[in-house]
Design a binder for this molecule. Structure first.
Ligand code: KG4
Ligand code: ZN
Length: 336
């Protein structure tokens, strides 16, 4: 039983990341170079800047990941990289680096789906999660509710029809002038607000659907602010942030609970950047406690974009011999 050591690279958005992961569970190193300082003044990720920064950071980040793991290229069993979804310019930088390393070392190359990475991040901290599980992946680019039968077999129950949950946080934060990234800023502002002070709509959609829709909520916040301003009334940013956050949480929690009523579910898994939200975690935890279903979420550093999670998915692909050709291209809109 030989160990499997994988170098993983992630450049789909605004973090240049590389990690070395052993046997899909032991993170030997996890380096993340955040570009957030270069995008902040624009209130969001600027693709052109992201590509250039990835190009600048990728080699030192990969080198640092290997150094911290105390390894060199020849110790690797495979090289993995995110090939979508994400910003195509960034994806290409990571892919080119990964392919070059794979080509030069003769190691197998493994292309990984970024969303799968977010889900499998859970297996780093909790390698013993009981399946089947309901899994909610909520980030800046995606909102997916899945039914996870076993590692490697899952079915999509629902997804967002417009904005992703994190996107709603980011756009609403911009409206409220809370800065970027929006999720943590809204969470912080909401702590000093009353979630019942402003009653925003809960977009549950049709009765039987597991789909989501968050774009209307952002519009509701814009309209609320506009109307108050027109009437010369003051706006309590903390209350608006709290009311918005509560509306998102109510919808997310209720859809997850609906899955546990409809299908056999032994655990619930959260993943993606929005899973870092403490109010969401605690409210979902409370609902699941009544039903004796454990809730899992990755440690904070594995919730937001990182390469360790890509190395975990790659391990399961490695075991199946699921390797890719060096002609694998970036897929900006790759689905699960
Ligand atoms: O997974 P991630 O790092 O990148 C993507 O793949 O999108 O997720 C980033 C998203 C952003 O929209 C950010 O505002 C949101 O996750 N986020 C949060 C929190 N921390 C990050 N949303 C709500 N509450 C948070 N504490
Ligand atoms: Zn992500």
């Amino acid at each position: 039983n030989k160990n499997v050591i994988i170098l993983a690279i992630e450049t789909s958005c605004d973090e240049t990341a590389a990690a070395v992961v052993k046997n899909g569970v032991e993170v030997l190193s996890n380096i993340v170079a955040s570009q957030v300082d270069w995008h902040r003044k624009y209130g969001g990720v600027v693709p052109e800047i992201a590509s250039r920064k990835h190009l600048e950071f990728i080699n030192p980040v990969v080198k640092e990941a290997l150094d911290r793991a105390g390894l060199t290229f020849k110790d690797l069993d495979a090289v993995a990289c995110t090939y979508g979804p994400g910003l195509v310019g960034g994806l290409l930088v990571g892919l080119s680096a990964a392919k070059a390393i794979a080509y030069a070392t003769g190691k197998p190359f493994i292309g990984v789906n970024h969303i799968a990475g977010h889900i499998y991040a859970n297996f780093i901290s909790h390698n013993d999660i009981e399946l089947p599980a309901a899994c909610l992946t909520i980030s800046g680019g995606h909102t997916d509710l899945l039914y996870f039968k076993n590692r490697g077999e899952y079915k999509i129950l629902g997804r967002t029809r417009d904005d992703a949950a994190g996107e709603a946080f980011d756009k609403t934060a911009r409206v409220l002038k809370l800065g970027y990234p929006g999720g943590p800023a809204i969470e912080k502002a909401a702590r000093d607000g009353n979630p019942r002070a402003v009653d925003f709509p809960r977009p549950f959609l049709e009765k039987d659907t597991f789909d989501f829709s968050f774009s209307g909520l952002k519009t509701a916040v814009i309209n609320y602010i506009h109307n108050r301003k027109q009437r010369g009334q003051e706006i309590n940013v903390n209350d608006v942030a709290a009311g918005f956050q509560q509306a998102v949480i109510d919808v997310l929690v209720s859809k997850v609970i609906k899955v546990t009523k409809k299908l056999p579910v032994k655990s619930v898994i959260l993943s993606g950047g929005v899973a870092a939200n403490r109010s969401l975690r605690s409210q979902l935890q409370k609902e699941l406690n009544y039903r004796n279903i454990p809730l899992y979420y990755p440690r904070l550093e594995y919730c937001t974009d990182n390469a360790a999670m890509i190395g975990v998915v790659a391990y399961y692909q490695y075991l199946k011999g699921d390797f890719n050709d060096l002609s694998l291209n970036a897929e900006a809109n790759l689905k699960l």
